[in-house]
Design a protein around this ligand. Sequence first.
Ligand SMILES: *[C@@H]1O[C@H](CO)[C@@H](O)[C@H](O)[C@H]1NC(C)=O
Ligand SMILES: *[C@@H]1O[C@H](CO)[C@@H](O)[C@H](O)[C@H]1NC(C)=O
Length: 367
Amino acid sequence: MINRKAMGKASPIFLILLTLGFFFATYNLVTLVIHNQNQERVKEMIGSTTADPVIQMPEELKKSVGPKRPFHVALTATDAPYSKWQCRIMYYWYKKMKEVEGSDMGGFTRVLHSGNPDNLIDEIPTFVVNPLPSGMDRGYIVLNRPWAFVQWLERAHIEEDYILMAEPDHIFVNPLPNLARGSYPAAFPFFYIKPTDNEKIIRKFYPEENGPVTNVDPIGNSPVIIQKSQLQKIAPTWMNVSLKMKDDPETDKAFGWVLEMYAYAVASALHGVQHILRKDFMIQPPWDLKVGGTFIIHYTYGCDYSLKGELTYGKIGEWRFDKRSHLHGPPPRNLTLPPPGVPESVVTLVKMVNEATANIPGWDDSS
Ligand SMILES: *[C@@H]1O[C@H](CO)[C@@H](O)[C@H](O)[C@H]1NC(C)=O
Ligand SMILES: *[C@@H]1O[C@H](CO)[C@@H](O)[C@H](O)[C@H]1NC(C)=O
């Protein structure tokens, strides 16, 4: 729910965007008509009025609503075997989906925050950054993510104006378009990120003068598609907020393993950035059953089933796929498909893993 005060603040920009969007929809339609009909006659009917505003449109807005808005895929990763095999599968599906109609995917970078190159640098475009100074991550390795983004954004040359923050356990299941709209980034709403239920803690980092707690979106940093210029501002704040949250025992205890997600949500709100929430951004088997028109499969949860195809979550299944079964090396090629009755999302996931591992040279000897 958007609070009325927030709405009041956002609405002029929103209205402008809406108007622009409408204008471009009309403009595209008109262009289409021009292409498909007798050109001269249609041009006369429309006159030259539609062309002028386009020329006068500020450069930045033109880019944000134009048809080609590629985003750079940025994958934060470590050199651990567990991270590596997931990155290889992720990159395989990126390459495949990038070529499919409807994709706005641009370049790809594995932002490797272990400080040293590893044996995948020839297979996957990689940018090496430093981990946090020893001890600073307090044993919570994902605190390295914001720091990795800060370094990468500062040092790398990134061609695209937009960035997708992705993770190794993401598989592109459909060609991903740029879901952001101008300065409104797109994010996936996580049901377990509840800023309004944690108002007291959120207020330690998002003081009242910044606005209502509802300004803090129920999201993490990934998946998010955002303008590079916005992320350049948010990333340092995200890093600071993460460290401050980790340093506060009450916050650390309350947020636990999702602390760095809250930190991103708060940091973006501190910069006045609100996200378009896209539930179709990704699915999380075994909870989501169908792929449909969604874009990413996130295989963070274990999938455990009986041979009758019944979910046995929390209990080791007779059939299972769980990334945590492969902490020390890659899963073998050609995993057994799930028994009949298992949801399409899980079947698709295993088939996609199998396709990737069958086609990645030297799969078995990767570690
Ligand atoms: C992050 O924290 C450091 C140390 O407290 C401070 O110097 C810096 O200005 C902060 N940066 C941002 C972007 O908040
Ligand atoms: C994969 O495994 C199945 C049995 O589970 C087998 O029938 C099939 O031939 C295998 N395919 C490859 C390519 O190894």
